[in-house]
Design a protein around this ligand. Structure first.
Ligand code: ATP
Ligand code: PRP
Length: 205
């Protein structure tokens, strides 16, 4: 059986493919896949899923390896082996609020997709907080007075800027990471080791 690699669809998928091609792999079957979510190449089987689902497929051993944002690992703490950072998908986690507006005197209300990271951040600061979970376009929340601020991913800062928000504190840095199923790493070691080394840029293809 070929090694199964789960890829996060969308932004990380595009960056992984550029990286994979630069390593010398033929990515044509992956770029020509259309809407297919499962693609075989000469050497691998790839599956395409949302970030958190990539960790689920890896945790349950459906995929041997996975490519996922470090933010997803920090938020959901899946039971997978976190191998190493990959050289793409760099972003930060930040607390942000409306430009020129002060925090309220009392308890803050913070909107985020990353409720566990938000909870841990404020716990560490010894501050109690109300958290509202959103699934995206989190920058809307302060503008529409749903929340006093947000905790969200920042890369270029464009989304914050164009929505009148500013960073209050950046507190975590992430990149994409290679993860592995814990038992596959032992049982399929001989088969997985070469691909892990190539992805770690330790060995030539
Ligand atoms: N603006 C960004 N710049 C760089 N990396 C980002 C950015 N936003 C997210 N990421 C990274 O890419 C991963 C996938 O993000 P992406 O935006 O493709 O999906 P998502 O917004 O988490 O989910 P959805 O599929 O619902 O849009 C994130 O887990 C994070 O690691
Ligand atoms: O600093 P920037 O380069 O502007 O990038 C940051 C934005 O990118 C992500 O959103 P995404 O595009 O994934 O959309 P979403 O809000 O639906 O998650 C993130 O949640 C920010 O909104």
């Amino acid at each position: 059986m070929k090694p199964v690699i789960a890829l996060t669809k969308g932004r990380l998928e595009a960056q992984f493919l550029a990286f994979f091609e630069a390593l010398g792999f033929d990515i044509e079957p992956l770029t020509e896949k259309g809407r297919k979510l499962r693609v075989e190449t000469d050497q691998f089987e790839f599956i395409f899923a949302k970030g958190v689902d990539v960790t689920t497929y890896v945790q349950y051993g459906i995929a041997d390896l996975g490519v996922v944002g470090g933010d997803i690992l920090a938020e959901f703490q899946p039971d997978v082996y976190d191998l190493f950072p990959l050289p793409f998908g760099q972003c930060r986690m930040a607390l942000a609020k409306e430009k020129g507006k002060e925090w309220p005197e009392g308890k803050k209300t913070i909107a985020s997709k990353f409720t566990n990271i938000t909870k841990a951040y404020f716990k560490e600061k010894g501050e109690s907080v109300d958290i509202i979970k959103l699934e995206g376009s989190v920058e809307l929340a302060p503008i529409l007075n749903l929340a006093d601020g947000i905790v969200d991913i920042v890369e270029t800062g464009t989304t914050l800027k164009e929505n009148g928000l500013v960073v209050d504190q950046e507190f975590m840095k992430f990149s994409a990471r290679l993860i592995a199923n814990r038992s596959a790493l032992k049982i399929k070691r001989a088969q997985l080791r070469p691909v892990i080394n190539v992805l770690n840029q330790k060995e030539e293809l």
